[in-house]
Design a protein around this ligand. Structure first.
Ligand code: NA7
Length: 542
């Protein structure tokens, strides 16, 4: 039997939970579904050892409800996955969301019907849903690159992607473990399991700049102190460059060399992402500034590693790529893990992994590194991946996956030309994980979508879709901002460079969270410029 809804929210993570709440408050007949067996999204799937925030807990929370915020207490500055998952359960229960969420249900197909301005959505359970609004909260980093190497299925031990880590955990005692990948995820895994395993081989391709995390436990005094700052945080974070509590604090040209070093040192000691996103904005635009900041971070890393061979494999060298031009991970004694006798860094930049064989990991020169378990921290098809993996057909038979395999375009990152009444969060060309505290961005995007749907309903319209001109305008602006930065020059998941053949474009909007919010508001004030709202009879004729 076909279920009829006003809105279907796909995903029950940070965005989906709040989106469901808002659309329900609006009075819509709305439900959510999720492929997972419970709420959490990213924090449901990424349960690998050491998974945790790189954002401070107090800033990652929802800011729309002061009591909801203050009734939850974090136990440490950068909480770990189990605590984060518990927080999302707390939110779900407080907002009584569970009754409207169907779990273990993936959307497999969605087709727009021009004669009704509605979507027909099919799920892995065989359900068919007829909905006016199809709201994707599927996450920016939720399509794992699971099949990365030939021969994976031949491996004789457990092999898994970090985002599909076994729920029951793994006992590493006496095991020889291989970890492939040293992005933010691999680093958390490596520093956590190094002392648990018999032997750890880390396969390192591109060296990675890292910053140390300072992660004190929070007692009642510290918790009360951060909660007392609620108004300041809620007022400030949505308007900063990256949605954190801090913003760029210094102007490079105004400082002497000594003052610059002092500012960098001060931010380094903060033990957060501040050195990256809260000191010098010039670092993102000016190659000379970037080179100096890169050399500051490099010196810190080299001093900890000491060993030249390790430095060559693990530390980006001059001319490699600039600090902060892709995701900077925080770490806790990650570099020191390589100083242990049971840990080996295997450089695979010039001797790549060619295949997985039953005994382990085989490199181009024929060497086989024998291991019992392989952890693949190899990343995601970011931004466009989750929706491209669903068979989505819009107007005139347009397929979203096909469109994005040619060029990744959206309007404000929240809609796509040719796909009326499809709304997206955490999608390409909006600020997202790359350069934004995720909860700050997702709150704003879901609120914008709710306001847009309310406006549409109020005016008796049936459909909204970007105009082609509108989409061109946004893509042009996005590219102008992106190309003025050094971000587009480094390949990583930020620009699709981690996947062969993926069209390149910076996936996250680089103009800043505050600016993006302002632009979204301007579009509303201008009567949804960039978009076209239509009534059923008009849209059927169009
Ligand atoms: P990332 O940041 O995309 O990192 C993936 C890592 O895996 C990175 O070190 C890659 O090296 C490595 N990788 C990928 N493919 C290969 C092959 N074929 N051989 C060797 N090494 C490989 O993913 P994460 O999960 O760490 O982080 C994603 C985001 O999730 C993170 O930024 C947070 O925002 C949350 P490469 O750099 O491509 O040489």
């Amino acid at each position: 039997m076909t279920k009829r809804l006003d809105a279907l929210v796909v995903g029950a993570g940070v965005a989906g939970l709040y989106q469901l709440h808002q659309l329900r408050e609006l009075g819509l007949n709305v439900e959510a579904c999720d492929a997972a067996s419970d709420v959490g999204g990213t924090w449901y799937w990424n349960r690998y050892p050491g998974a945790k925030f790189d954002s401070e807990g107090f800033i990652y929370q929802y800011l729309f409800d002061e009591k909801l915020y203050k009734d939850w207490t974090w136990s440490e500055r950068f909480p770990s996955q189990p605590e984060i998952e518990r927080w999302l359960h707390y939110v779900t229960d407080r907002l009584d969301l569970r009754k409207d969420i169907t779990f273990d249900t993936a959307v497999t197909k969605a087709t727009y019907n021009e004669s009704t301005c509605r979507w027909t959505v099919e799920t892995s359970k065989g359900d068919v849903i007829d909905t006016r609004f199809f709201v994707s909260c599927t996450g920016m980093l939720s399509a794992p690159l699971e099949d990365r190497f030939p021969g994976q299925s031949s491996f004789k031990g457990p092999i898994f992607h970090t985002a599909r880590y076994p729920k029951e955990g793994m006992d590493y005692t006496g095991k020889r473990v291989g970890v492939i990948g040293t992005g933010a995820t691999g680093i958390q895994v490596i520093q956590t399991i190094a002392s648990q395993v018999d032997q750890l081989k880390v396969f390192v391709r591109t060296p990675q700049y890292v910053l140390p995390m300072t992660n004190p436990k929070l007692g009642p005094k510290e918790a009360n102190a951060y909660k007392a700052r609620f108004d300041a945080v809620a007022g400030n974070a949505p308007h900063t460059f990256c949605g954190f509590d801090y913003d760029f604090s210094h102007v490079w040209a105004d400082l002497s060399p000594e003052e610059r070093t002092a500012a960098l040192e001060d931010a380094y000691q903060h033990g957060s992402l501040k050195l990256w996103l809260g000191v010098f904005a010039e670092m993102f635009f000016d190659e000379d500034v970037n080179a100096e900041v890169s050399s500051f971070v490099r010196a810190k890393m080299e001093a900890r590693l000491k060993d030249r061979k390790l430095i060559d494999v693990l530390v980006p060298q001059e001319g490699d790529y600039g600090f902060g031009t892709h995701r900077v991970p925080l770490e806790s004694n990650y570099l020191e893990a390589y100083l242990r006798d049971n840990v080996e860094a295997v450089g695979v930049r010039n001797n790549p992994i060619t295949e997985i064989v039953p005994e382990g990991v085989k490199l181009a020169d024929g060497t086989v590194h024998e291991v019992d378990v392989i952890v693949m921290a190899v990343g995601f098809d970011a931004g466009s991946g989750a929706l491209s993996r669903i068979d989505i057909t819009g107007r005139d038979g347009m397929k979203l996956g096909e469109e994005w395999s040619k060029e990744i375009r959206t309007t404000l990152g929240m809609q796509k030309y040719g796909f009326p009444n499809l709304f997206m969060t955490g999608a390409p060309l909006a600020p997202s994980a790359a350069l934004c505290n995720m909860t700050t961005c997702l709150q704003q995007q879901t609120e914008w979508i709710t306001e847009c749907i309310a406006e549409l309903v109020k005016n008796g319209h049936d459909a909204i879709e970007p105009t082609l001109d509108g989409e061109d305008t946004w893509v042009r602006h996005h590219d102008e901002v992106a190309n003025a930065t050094l971000l587009s020059k480094t390949d990583s998941w930020y620009n699709g460079g981690n996947i062969e053949g993926k069209p390149k474009r910076l996936l996250s909007y680089a103009g800043g969270v505050g600016t993006y919010r302002q632009k979204c508001e301007e579009v509303v004030q201008e009567g949804y410029s960039l978009f076209r709202m239509s009534k059923l009879e008009e849209s059927a004729l169009a």
